[in-house]
Design a protein around this ligand. Structure first.
Ligand SMILES: [Zn+2]
Length: 264
């Protein structure tokens, strides 16, 4: 999760256990906008084999469907699922087994599923690094069932409350939605800055296909987020949903860091 950064440095921010694992979230964002109910990312889901799931030590109380229902919605209410990118920890929850476990179906059967056309092509013809994270069973059913949409081909669909910024450092054309929220802007910054511990520019993940581009993207984005006082939403931070930024002599650091609901 920290690429070439020495463990002595990163483990002060995010501790590792005795087998060198850290605890991370797969945080998704549900947005109610007029008649639309928009979900950004879906976590890893639970349809993989026991063996495969055992590599990732899923733990904790978090559950996407329970969280949606706790807010008074149902998965059938979701109109649009925006997949920031198609790595398994973001797209796996998009598709699930039917009750007899012999057929894959959409977790959000009434939703369009949005990705970027270049990212879809990238995932369908994966490079050696990413081949193990673009799983057919997470992606093919979306296309086969006719729910696949390309965000770059239908500009304006989401209306004036949304902007989309694309990053190419973590993977090809990752989508970072920016949504107007309570007079501010909130950016789902996805894996460009997956946690508060990744704000420092050179702290990028070993998974990134173009780490130097991630650093450049962070320079530009963090400057904008600070200047315009945006909220930055973390997909993997174990502690914080969001933060705002403060500028110091050593670079940016979190100003408010905590829960989204507490911030309101
Ligand atoms: Zn991720």
């Amino acid at each position: 999760m920290f690429g070439v950064v020495p463990k002595q440095l990163w483990s002060r921010k995010i501790p590792a256990d005795d087998i060198n694992l850290c605890s991370w979230k797969m945080r998704c964002l549900l947005i109610e906008d007029g008649k639309r109910l928009i979900l950004v990312d879906t976590g890893m889901g639970d349809k993989q084999s026991e063996k495969w799931l055992s590599y990732y030590y899923r733990h904790g109380e978090g559950d996407l469907i329970k969280s949606i229902r706790a807010k008074g919605f149902h998965e059938n209410d979701v109109t649009d699922v925006i997949l920031s990118h198609l790595h398994f920890d973001h797209a796996g929850g998009a598709v699930k087994w039917n009750s007899s476990k012999d057929k894959l179906q959409l977790t959000f059967p009434n939703a369009y599923y949005w990705t970027h056309s270049s990212h879809w092509d990238w995932a369908m013809n994966p490079n050696l690094r990413e081949a193990a994270t673009f799983l057919d069973e997470n992606l093919k059913p979306i296309e086969d069932l006719g729910h696949l949409k390309f965000i770059d081909k239908q500009e304006g669909y989401f209306g004036s409350n949304f902007d989309f910024i694309y990053a190419n450092g973590h993977t090809e054309k990752m989508i970072m939605p920016v949504v107007k929220f309570q007079g501010k802007k909130l950016i789902f910054i996805a894996d460009t800055v997956p946690s508060h511990a990744h704000i420092h520019i050179p702290w990028v993940m070993g998974y990134d296909v173009r780490p130097l581009e991630t650093m450049n993207e962070k320079v530009t984005l963090l400057e904008k987020i600070h200047a315009e006082n945006w909220l930055m939403f973390f997909d993997h931070d174990p502690y914080y949903d969001i933060c705002t930024l403060e500028k110091t002599e050593k670079g940016y650091k979190p100003d408010y860091a905590g829960g989204l609901e507490e911030y309101l």
